[in-house]
Structure formats: C-alpha cells, structure tokens
Ligand binder design. Structure first.
Ligand SMILES: [Zn+2]
Length: 113
C-alpha cells in the first residue's frame, strides 16, 4: 500500500480521466457532513491517510486539497481526490487512480440544496 504514496509503480492501478468541477455548481457540495474538511472526508471514506503527493498522473507536488472532480465519461457522479493547488486549478482533463476517487453526494454533504 505504501507504494501508492510514493508513486513508484502504477502496475495494477486503473487510471481514469477526470476534470475539475469549477464554478458555482460546486457550492452545493461546499461542506462535508460530519467532517471538518474534504481532506478528512476523503480519509474517512477511503480509510487511508491523506496522501503526501498529488494524485494527478505525472504530478509530484504535495497534495494540498480534497478537490471536486467528475469523470469525463460519466457526468452524474462527483468525487473527491487529493490534489495539489496547481492541479486543482486545471481546466483540462487529467488522469488519476480510480482507487483515489471518493464519491460525494447529497447524503454525505451538508444540506445546501
Ligand atoms: Zn498536482
């Protein structure tokens, strides 16, 4: 499991293309229910410690945020993934490990709908 955090090997990992969710639509997911931040939310749901490094493929910056993303080929589900500040601002799609996506939905978000 430690291998994942230093990103040495991508052998069995399934990479998936995602893009950032930007703009006002993100506001309805602004606060996770029962967690102080999206980082804690990600840890609680994945049962993993928040990774040291950004989970964007080919990026070796420190992970700083639990970013809101969706898969480019699946528009109806939203996910949290650990990213650095730079990747959190990307407007182009990028690849992440499918295992690092934690779904976020109405049930586990503070009700702002
Ligand atoms: Zn990054």
């Amino acid at each position: 499991m430690a291998i994942k955090y230093v990103k040495l090997i991508k052998g069995d990992d399934i990479m998936v293309e995602v893009k950032n969710i930007n703009g006002t639509s993100k506001d309805r997911y602004s606060n996770p229910k029962g967690c102080s931040s999206w980082i804690t939310y990600w840890e609680n749901k994945s049962l993993l410690p928040f990774p040291t490094y950004c989970q964007c493929e080919e990026c070796y910056n420190r992970a700083k945020v639990g970013a809101h993303v969706k898969k480019t080929h699946e528009s109806n589900k939203w996910y949290i993934v650990p990213l650095c500040y730079e990747c959190n601002k990307k407007t182009e799609p990028f690849n992440v490990n499918e295992d690092d996506l934690v779904e976020v939905n109405k049930e586990n978000t503070v009700d702002l709908w």
